[in-house]
Design a binder for this molecule. Sequence first.
Ligand SMILES: Nc1nc2c(c(=O)[nH]1)N[C@H]1C(S)=C(S)[C@@H](COP(=O)(O)OP(=O)(O)OC[C@H]3O[C@@H](n4cnc5c(=O)[nH]c(N)nc54)[C@H](O)[C@@H]3O)O[C@H]1N2
Ligand SMILES: Nc1nc2c(c(=O)[nH]1)N[C@H]1C(S)=C(S)[C@@H](COP(=O)(O)OP(=O)(O)OC[C@H]3O[C@@H](n4cnc5c(=O)[nH]c(N)nc54)[C@H](O)[C@@H]3O)O[C@H]1N2
Ligand code: SF4
Ligand SMILES: [Mo]
Length: 763
Amino acid sequence: MTTGEDAKNGAGNGVATHYHTCPLCEACCNLEIKTRGRTVESVRGDDADVFSHGFICPKGAAVADLDADPDRLRTPLVRRDGRHVEASWDEAFAEIERNLPGILSEHGRDSVAVYLGNPSAHHVGLGLYSRVLLKALSSHNIFSASTVDQMPKQVAAGLMFGTSLSIPVPDVDRTDHLWILGGNPLVSNGSLMTAPDMRGRLRTIRERGGKVVVFDPRRTRTAEAADEHHFIRPGRDAFFLLGVIHTLLTEKRAAPGRLAAMTDGLDRLGSLVRDFAPEVVAPACGIAADEIRRLARDLAAAPSAAVYARIGTCTQEFGTITSWLVDVLNLLTGNLDREGGALFPRGAAGAANTLGAPGRGRGLRVGRFQSRVRGLPEACGELPVACLAEEIETPGAGQIKALITIAGNPVLSTPNGARLRKALEQLEFMVSVDIYLNETTRHANVVLPGTSPFEQSHYPIAFTQLAVRNFARYSPAIFDVPEGQMPEWRTLLRLAGIVSGQGAASDVDGLDDFVFEQQLQKALSSEHSPIHGREADDIRRQLSRWTGPERLLDLNLRTGPYGDAFGANPGGLTLATVAASEHGVDLGALAPRLPEALRTPTGRIDATPELLVKDLDRARARLADDAAGLVLVGRRDLRSNNSWMHNIPSLVSGRPRCTLHVHPSDAARLGLADGCSARVTSRAGSVDALVEVTDGVMPGVVSLPHGWGHDDSGSRLRVAREHAGVCSNHLADELLVDANSGNAVLNGIPITVEPVAASASAG
Ligand SMILES: Nc1nc2c(c(=O)[nH]1)N[C@H]1C(S)=C(S)[C@@H](COP(=O)(O)OP(=O)(O)OC[C@H]3O[C@@H](n4cnc5c(=O)[nH]c(N)nc54)[C@H](O)[C@@H]3O)O[C@H]1N2
Ligand SMILES: Nc1nc2c(c(=O)[nH]1)N[C@H]1C(S)=C(S)[C@@H](COP(=O)(O)OP(=O)(O)OC[C@H]3O[C@@H](n4cnc5c(=O)[nH]c(N)nc54)[C@H](O)[C@@H]3O)O[C@H]1N2
Ligand code: SF4
Ligand SMILES: [Mo]
């Protein structure tokens, strides 16, 4: 921790300079933070950072406002007589102890569910220790934001390459040709592609004579910065990709190169795509047959090319098929695992595709168990969050009676939030680990507050496995955890103690030692670990300066692909050496990793996973029977972050952003004008939204951003409530999911739109 005067700038004015990875989005920009005492004086980009080179977005600077937000919780809350009152930690844990163990013993492990939200991937303590809680609980009812996000990609990648984070990342800094489907990285700052400053990176592609092509039902900022933009019908990317593959195969343009020898199923592809000729798929995807052929030829002819697809292609009816076909395309064009194409990053810590035997593994199995009510398959150890409400509502053995939410706001972020909100009221008990009393946590019996991002250390374990360049960066906490607050990893360990029957007063340090010992023993006994067979005491001694997340992180780094292996690989990484590089450690450009990175049971790439091949039948049926009505898609805004940064004044100022984008031709037909109110109705519900007429959306498609709808009087979000907006997830239908991943369909939702009479909308 840096404290006191800043030796580096010699200012002698009590100002200290710190560096910290921004915890808000996947870009992982390094922030330069000036503090005086406990006050943050400024936040800017760290120009010297080896990875983000000074880039930040408006949200990065607003982390200081988050730190200072008076609504941010700093004390546990316990609900008494319907009101949340401040309580001590001991009181809060005692309340949990009075309730959870009884529910578990009466109704069994599955009666307690957990929902893990997105920020749990953005905080190292939450990430590492939520796993400990899940293990201690061992409930089947585990849900997360992954099934309203990237689960289709994880399933497809797992089936093809063997682990759910073996996701090929576009080599944006070297590619000649980049396709972007369903992603808007100039606004979202990228996802499943950790790459700060995508605007600069796209510009560089074009400056060196390369080409950027965007497929999106909206003309996004990314589309505007590209060479070509094609409107594509929501939920119909799979058809387009099938048409492209059809073209490559029939025109004999496929050239998988060296990967052909390590891939199964290539010879099946021709028959699989037979029904999907460009002429056949064109009406469904909205891109003309000639264009499909021309695009396929351009892609095949490019010296190097990468096809990248993100959330618009996941949160839709054919999410897993689409995610699979994207990498089939990378494979067929010879661009998978080669420079300028799409490659597998080599994560320095904790990457599953760096552990165990190189080139072979257990692979990914899905559907090991099913959800109780709807029978939807498990994926990656969790069930689709689209099932959460029904699992709470429906009586019977295995019914969810209690819920723990960790850094999540599913009432606003998951489909049919209105139904979920009602279901939460039916729970016998609910605990939330969160930093706000919001639309979800207000239903909790006990709310356990996290700390400010600046009061915790960070290492982006997941995102260093998805970065366009290999890097490592550790950020120490800038401020001590204030008196009366608790690091979140300790909170999670106490919860783990309670659900495992050790009581509210369990020895947290003892539990932490236990967690560490388990990981240590695993590393010592694994034949492929660089510390296999070493003396446990030798390793323990070398780790003795750390506890908590740091100790686990150090173990992971040192036994990882760049690690010092506790002395066996002198000069290798340790947490201490990474921590000493406050501007990050550059580990080089992405490099080919196949077959070493594979963890499939066969040791080969599966180009045609059976599960996905079968699912093509569903696509075939849709092709024959596609309705042409209006559909809803979402969108992101640079100053939003899902549902939870709307309490920061600088991020909600200006014109309302929660507006319904409608194409002029649709507006004319429906009798809608700019600034009027429109009622949007789906099977799930109805909202009244402010209309913005724009040709930035394609005809037949309307767009409403998610994460708004802050009108709940039970929350403690004073700023957000003044900018409430409406919740697009009241329209998202919890019954619509992608078959194999169970991922919610949040794009391409059938809806109707009608004007709201002025008098009716005034109220
Ligand atoms: N319609 C539609 N819905 C969507 C999407 C979409 O595109 N369209 N996108 C989906 C995606 S990609 C995602 S990832 C999900 C997100 O779904 P969620 O993760 O459920 O929702 P968030 O809005 O990210 O809420 C994050 C929560 O974490 C809390 N939090 C923030 N920092 C911390 C911390 O340090 N500690 C703790 N304990 N809590 C913290 C916040 O207060 C908030 O309650 O939403 C999904 N929902
Ligand atoms: N500013 C900001 N940044 C964020 C977030 C945020 O809320 N705000 N959230 C963060 C999170 S959790 C995530 S997961 C990432 C997501 O990062 P991105 O995947 O880049 O997300 P979006 O910006 O929503 O871009 C999705 C695009 O898909 C388009 N689309 C919708 N349906 C379809 C379809 O069927 N096919 C195709 N081809 N396109 C479609 C939409 O119009 C939209 O432009 O962003 C992260 N960064
Ligand atoms: S782009 Fe993402 S990581 Fe970078 S400053 Fe903005 S919110 Fe933070
Ligand atoms: Mo996300």
